[in-house]
Design a protein around this ligand. Structure first.
Ligand code: ADP
Ligand code: MG
Length: 299
C-alpha cells in the first residue's frame, strides 16, 4: 500500500466498531491505517514527531477524532503536525470550534444567526450589569466547555451578584455571556462531512433542566430537518472550515428563526442504542469520511 494514515478515534459508545469499519474501507482503497496514535505519548525531536516507531509527520494524513481526552500537550502537537501534513479537522478548524466565543463571532460576522452574545474583560462588571439590564435573562458560558457543563442561567441581578464571587475566584480573563433564547427545549444536531449533509437528530431537555445535553439529562429523538436548517448547518460548517462538523441549532421563538449554538468538530457517531431508535446515518458518515481521506491523500 502506497498510502498510510494515522488515526486517533475514541473507542467508547461504539467508537471501536466504527474505527474497524473505517480501517477496512480504507484498506479496500489501498490506504493503510495506523490506529491509536495518541499524541499524548508522542515525542518531538530532530524535526520529527515520533509515536513509538511511527514517524507521525511522514504519514499522508492524520485523522484526529477523540474529544474527551484532548489535552493541551496534544493540541500543541496537533498544531505542529498540521503545518506539515493534512489533518482532519485542520488545526485551525479544530481550535476555532473548541472555543464558543471565537465560533459565534465568526458565524455572526458571516451572516449566520447565533444567540446575542457579549464578551467583556473580567474587571468590567459595569458592562456585565448593563447587559443584565438589557437582556433580563442570560447564560454564562465557559467558552471551551462541552456537555452543558458550567453553563449557568442568570435570571436576575441577585443571581448575578451571587455568582460573581465564584467567577472572580476562578481567575478568568473574561466573561462570555449569551442572551437566554426562548425556545421549546429541543435542538437539532446536524452532522456535516465534507460539505455534505449526513444526518440529523433532535435532543430534548429533561423536565428539570433547560439544557438539551445528554449529560444534563436530555434525550435523543428522531428528527426530520427542513431544507432551511440543513442549509444553515452546511454554511456554518463551511465558515468554520470543518471537514467534519456537528452543528447544534435551536429555534428562537422570539426572533422566529434558527440560531446556531455551537459547531462541534468531533461530533460522536450515533451509539448502537441510538441506531436502534432509527438514527442510522453512520454508514453514510463513514463512507463520506473514507471518500474524503481518499481524496486528500491522492498523490
Ligand atoms: N443562549 C442560550 N439560550 C438558551 N439555551 C441555551 C443557550 N445556549 C445554550 N443553551 C442550552 O444549553 C445547551 C448547551 O449549550 P452549548 O452552547 O451547546 O454548550 P455545550 O458545549 O456544553 O453543549 C444547549 O444544547 C441548549 O439546550
Ligand atoms: Mg452543545
Amino acid at each position: 500500500m502506497d498510502r498510510k494514515i494515522g488515526m486517533w478515534l475514541y473507542s467508547n459508545g461504539g467508537g471501536d466498531k466504527i474505527q474497524k469499519k473505517i480501517v477496512k474501507k480504507l484498506k479496500e482503497r489501498g490506504i493503510e491505517s495506523i490506529t491509536d496514535i495518541n499524541l499524548r505519548n508522542a515525542i518531538a525531536k530532530k524535526g520529527h514527531i515520533y509515536h513509538g516507531k511511527t514517524i507521525v509527520d511522514d504519514l499522508d494524513l492524520f485523522f484526529s477524532y477523540n474529544a474527551g481526552e484532548q489535552t493541551q500537550y496534544q493540541a500543541f502537537l496537533y498544531q505542529a503536525l498540521n503545518r506539515v501534513i493534512p489533518m482532519i479537522n485542520s488545526y485551525e478548524a479544530f481550535s476555532l470550534t473548541e472555543d464558543k466565543f471565537q465560533t459565534s463571532f465568526l458565524l455572526q460576522k458571516n451572516g449566520i444567526a447565533t444567540p446575542d452574545f457579549q464578551l467583556c474583560h473580567r474587571d468590567n462588571s459595569i458592562q456585565l450589569a448593563k447587559i443584565m439590564n438589557k437582556w433580563s435573562k442570560m447564560v454564562y458560558k465557559p467558552t471551551d466547555g462541552w456537555g452543558g457543563v458550567g453553563l449557568t442561567k442568570i435570571e436576575n441581578q441577585a443571581t448575578l451578584d451571587m455568582l460573581m464571587p465564584f467567577l472572580n475566584q476562578m481567575d478568568l480573563r473574561f466573561f462570555y455571556v449569551e442572551k437566554f433564547v426562548k425556545y421549546d427545549n429541543t435542538d437539532f444536531r446536524i452532522d456535516i462531512v465534507d460539505g455534505e449533509f449526513v444526518g440529523c437528530y433532535g435532543r430534548k431537555a429533561s423536565k428539570s433542566d433547560w439544557r438539551t445535553n445528554i449529560t444534563s439529562g436530555g434525550s435523543v429523538f428522531l428528527r426530520d430537518p427542513d431544507d432551511e436548517v440543513i442549509a444553515i448547518a452546511k454554511k456554518a460548517a463551511k465558515i468554520c472550515g470543518t471537514d467534519i462538523a456537528g452543528v447544534d441549532i435551536i429555534y428562537d421563538l422570539e426572533r422566529e428563526e434558527y440560531v446556531v449554538l455551537e459547531v462541534n468538530g468531533i461530533p460522536a457517531f450515533p451509539t448502537p442504542e441510538q441506531e436502534k431508535v432509527g438514527i442510522n446515518f453512520n454508514k453514510k458518515k463513514i463512507d463520506l469520511i473514507v471518500d474524503m481521506i481518499d481524496r486528500k491523500t491522492k498523490k
